[in-house]
Design a binder for this molecule. Sequence first.
Ligand SMILES: Cc1cc2nc3c(=O)[nH]c(=O)nc-3n(C[C@H](O)[C@H](O)[C@H](O)COP(=O)(O)OP(=O)(O)OC[C@H]3O[C@@H](n4cnc5c(N)ncnc54)[C@H](O)[C@@H]3O)c2cc1C
Length: 416
Amino acid sequence: MVIVGAGFGGLAAAQGLAGAQVRITIIDQRNHHLFQPLLYQVGTASLAPSEIAWPIRHLVRKRKEVTTLLGVVTAVDTQNRTVSFEDGGTVKYDTLVLATGARHAYFGHDEWEPYAPGLKTLEDATTIRRRVLLSFERAECETDPARRAALLTFVIVGGGPTGVELSGAIAELAHQNLPEEYRHIDTRKARVVLIEAGPRILPSFTEDLSAYAHVSLERLGVEIQLGQAVRECSDQGVIYGDQPLAAKVILWAAGVRASAAAAWAGLPADNAGRARVEPDLTAPGHPEIFVIGDTATINAWHGKPVPGIAPAAKQQGTHVARTIRMRLHGNTAQRLFRYRHSGNLATIGKRAAVIDFGWIKVRGWLAWWLWGLAHIYFLIGVRNRLAVALSWLWIYATGSRSAHLITQGEQRPRPG
Ligand SMILES: Cc1cc2nc3c(=O)[nH]c(=O)nc-3n(C[C@H](O)[C@H](O)[C@H](O)COP(=O)(O)OP(=O)(O)OC[C@H]3O[C@@H](n4cnc5c(N)ncnc54)[C@H](O)[C@@H]3O)c2cc1C
């Protein structure tokens, strides 16, 4: 059996098969499993990359039946049942799980990416951290007021959970954590502008939670612009609606595009490139291929599409593992996947959050603590849980962030 992608879905499938008589090959283009929900904290200098990522090889080290391969998959030959790598190599499968996730999308404007990086990988997060911190550094040396203002303007495009979390964290960094470290600029004057094309932020939450998040973000000093789509991104800033806004840091948190897994295997897909799967998560006409997580679409949430979130990918991975176990016992009946939604969560800075469990809604500091506990619980390994809990407590108590480091060369156009 081959699993492509060791994110939440792929890893859950491998974990669900522990102890079964199955030889598994896990292929990923990166050597680590990444806890994406906390990526924005690496991007905004609260956590270090090693606190939210784990080498895949290490995670499965005790599973002798599991082989881990580092490689970029570019094709699937469904006739000969092989998976091909970028460098030309191939691996055979009898059962295949495609769990290769999604990336941000620029609505047909991929040329904006160098100016407005999205947040999906550790490299994205350290690029964002570098740009944000570098912009303050350059502003400190800048004497021209207009250029200085542009260096101190941070634009976040997209008012979903990632945009809300990024803008809240940058506002806190600028307005609360950095002021005493600079001599020539007042970082409290930095502008953090969140631009959302829709009528409200956090559209997947109820209106009252979204209104609460709106007011809380404004209290942190975030300017929210609603109902205006970004029409242009460049090294000068953005144009949204008809307004130009000079900004040297633009962050992209809008739009999602599935990995190319559907195209590799010639499967039907929706507009975002997600493979349309059967009710049991198999590819149409291919009971030996499962497609799960962000790279698949299925109406298995009371007839609605399953959301692109980590618990959904995990549930699908577990479902696939159970199906394979039953097949091993000769039971090939179709097992329908049903998604169980446990809630929507988003943080607003380090003192408030909104949580919609469906049956109850929580907001404010209690929601923040619940959010924090849930994320610590879902991290892998005691050491990481302790490290993240300690980092948060330290930031909470002192306001000082440990990960203020500018590292990594800039391959994309630089601010300034
Ligand atoms: C910034 C951010 C914040 C988020 N916050 C939350 C949150 O708070 N709560 C929540 O529930 N969800 C959150 N999500 C969504 C959640 O992370 C995804 O829904 C989840 O990761 C999907 O799991 P997956 O297994 O489908 O894909 P992923 O976890 O993305 O894993 C895909 C894996 O496939 C690998 N891969 C991709 N292409 C190839 C290839 N060609 N060859 C080999 N390997 C490949 C990747 O390297 C990766 O390891 C967030 C996502 C992001 C980006």
